[in-house]
Design a protein. Sequence first.
Length: 95
Amino acid sequence: MANNKSAKKRIEINKRNYLKNRFYKNSLKTLTKNFFQYLNRYEISRTDENLKELENIFHSIHCLIDKGTSKNIFHKNTAARKKAKLHKYFNKQTF
C-alpha cells in the first residue's frame, strides 16, 4: 500500500493508463480478427462490395495503430510490424 501522496497518485495514474491502453489493445485485436474474416470473405467471392468493406476495416486498423503509437500505447517498431503484416495479407489477396 502506498504511504505518501505521490505514490497514491501514481497508483491512480497507472490504473487510468491501464484502462486506456487495454481499450486500444482490445480494439486492435477485434479489428484484426474482423479484418481476417473480411479477407476470407473476399477470398471466397471477389466483389466490389467485399473489397470496400475490406479497405474500410484496413483503414480503421491503420488509424487505430497510428493513434495508439502517437499516444505511446504501442512502440513505433511494434506498430510498423503490425502494419507490415496486415499490408502483406492485404496485398496478397487483393492484387
